[in-house]
Design a protein around this ligand. Structure first.
Ligand code: HEM
Ligand SMILES: [Cu+2]
Length: 479
């Protein structure tokens, strides 16, 4: 095993993180415009609101997945020999997809949301042409193909090096009485698990995408709407979760540098990752709790697995992190603070998610802003915080001092903004404010405006992080 990432892979990942940082800020600005428009701060044509919402949803999910994948590639390349060309093909297909999606939205007028629910892409009520929906779907397919190539390379190299999927998942340790010292490192276990479940998710997503594409081109070819919805939410749930499960590799690899205690694959760790592998796929029916035509057993399973899903997440990462931090003299800087924040935000965000996963609650809350409330917690304060932490760590050695005033300022602004912004979504949801409405009633303006203020802080914090990263990159080039 290599102790440091090969230079070529490191450079490709650094470039990816710079791109991702710029896209994050742009998409956050879109979100801010939406929130301000909901608060009646200015008039926004509703059709344009839905375009922004589609770009924000697809763009943010995409950038979360991209940063997660970059983290995975960076650290997995320390253990196995990955082909650099595959990464460039992945990035190229990703960017091609972005161009197609942006074109479909801002040139073609597509505004059917990132979930492209059948038959919405085809039946737009005249808001966009079928060709715009086709471009959107082709964009997704391009990104999907890129990810499949990525996982094929990661998967085959890990399987070859560790002797099979089961061994890479540390099953001999989990179920066979093998010794922890013989188990693969946490990075490999996490990379193998995400490779398996995200590949399955993307293949299911690609199937429903191609079906929707055929339906667009040959309207006589109808798709079963309930089946399509199941497939889309299976894909969507697995894909966004995979982004966080990939990003957490940064915590496993970087936090030990600060605590001096290596993160080890233990039996509970191995068991938890196997549980994650199964739960992440079994839990998706929690997105269909409103669909009364779904078989009752599937919905009940969605609820029960929702309860269970929180456990391995909290055990493997949040609880383990507390154990590692306790009694160690962790050195705080921007990177370690953001990584620890990421785990905390992810864990906290799982609570309102589990609440919404209860059938009785979901009946009331599902189409309210409670839903964007919970996922913005584990995205802004979870996945994206980990991505910013990873970026700060990448340029750490270019900095003279460890935890500067500007670092603390950025962190404080981001944390305050993120907490306030997501709390306002939850409060609005509890007050039954619907989600995905371009125009709000005046009674909701106050929450919307307070949220807009907090949202602006998030954008400002993110700007500071990305600027520090860009500065760090250029300082390294000069030295
Ligand atoms: C400054 C930061 C952000 C702001 C101001 C913001 C704002 C918004 C707003 C106003 C909505 C629509 C809410 C509604 O349904 O009424 C939304 C939806 C959404 N946001 Fe954000 N957001 C931010 C950051 C993020 C991040 C970091 C991610 C993911 C990494 C994200 C992912 C999403 C997704 C997936 C949706 C759902 C779109 C849909 O319903 O189709 N957002 N956001
Ligand atoms: Cu879900």
């Amino acid at each position: 095993m290599l102790m440091s990432t090969p230079r070529n892979h490191a450079n490709a990942v650094k470039l990816t993180m710079l791109l991702a940082g710029v896209v994050l800020i742009l998409m956050m600005a879109f979100g801010l415009v939406m929130r301000a428009a909901q608060g009646g701060l200015f008039e926004l044509d509703p059709a344009f609101f839905y375009r922004l919402m589609t770009a924000h949803g697809a763009g943010m999910v995409g950038v979360a997945a991209l940063t997660g994948a970059a983290v995975l590639w960076y650290f997995v390349s320390r253990y196995v020999d990955l082909i650099e060309g595959v990464y460039w093909a992945f990035l190229g297909l990703f960017l091609l997809g972005v161009v197609l999606i942006l074109g479909s939205i801002f040139v073609g007028g597509y505004g059917g949301a990132w979930t492209f629910l059948f038959p919405l892409p085809a039946i737009s009520g005249g808001a966009w042409e079928a060709s715009a929906a086709v471009a959107f779907i082709l964009g997704y397919i391009s990104i999907g193909v890129g990810f499949l190539l990525f996982y094929l390379e990661v998967g085959r190299k890990i399987v070859a090096a560790y002797g099979g999927i089961g061994r890479a998942l540390a099953w001999p340790l989990a179920f066979g009485g093998a010794q922890p010292d013989d188990a693969p490192p946490p990075t490999i276990v996490a990379a193998m698990a995400t490779t398996v479940f995200n590949t399955i998710g993307i293949v299911v997503g690609a199937t429903v995408l191609v079906s929707s594409l055929v339906n667009l081109l040959v309207p006589g070819f109808a798709v079963d709407a309930l089946l399509a919805k199941n497939m889309i939410y299976f894909f969507g749930h697995v894909f966004i979760n995979a982004s966080i499960y990939m990003a957490v590799i940064a915590v496993y690899e970087i936090v030990p540098e600060y605590t001096g205690k290596p993160w080890k694959t233990t039996r509970p760790f191995a068991l938890a990752w196997t549980a994650i592998l199964l739960f992440v796929m079994a839990v998706y029916p929690h997105h269909l709790l409103q669909d009364t035509v779904m078989p009752a057993w599937a919905l009940v399973m969605g609820q029960i697995v929702s309860y269970l899903s929180g456990i391995p997440l909290l055990v493997v990462t949040a609880f383990a992190l507390c154990v590692y931090l306790r009694g160690s003299n962790i050195r705080w800087d921007l990177a370690s603070a953001l990584l620890v924040l990421g785990v905390a935000g992810w864990s906290v965000g799982s609570a309102p998610a589990i609440i919404d996963g209860m059938i009785s609650v979901n009946k009331l809350m599902h189409n309210t802003q409670w839903v964007p409330g919970h996922f913005h917690i584990y995205l802004i304060l979870g996945e994206v915080a980990m991505a910013f932490g990873f970026m700060a760590w990448l340029v750490k050695d270019a900095r003279a001092s460890e935890f500067t005033g500007i670092d603390r300022l950025g962190l404080g602004i981001y944390l305050l903004g993120g907490t306030g912004f997501t709390l306002m979504f939850l409060i609005s949801g509890a007050l039954s404010v619907p989600r995905r409405w371009a125009v709000h009633a005046e009674e909701w303006f106050l929450q919307d405006r307070i949220a807009t203020g907090f949202g602006a802080l998030v954008v400002l914090g993110a700007l500071i992080f990305v600027a520090l990263y860009a500065k760090g990159l250029s300082a390294r080039r000069e030295s």
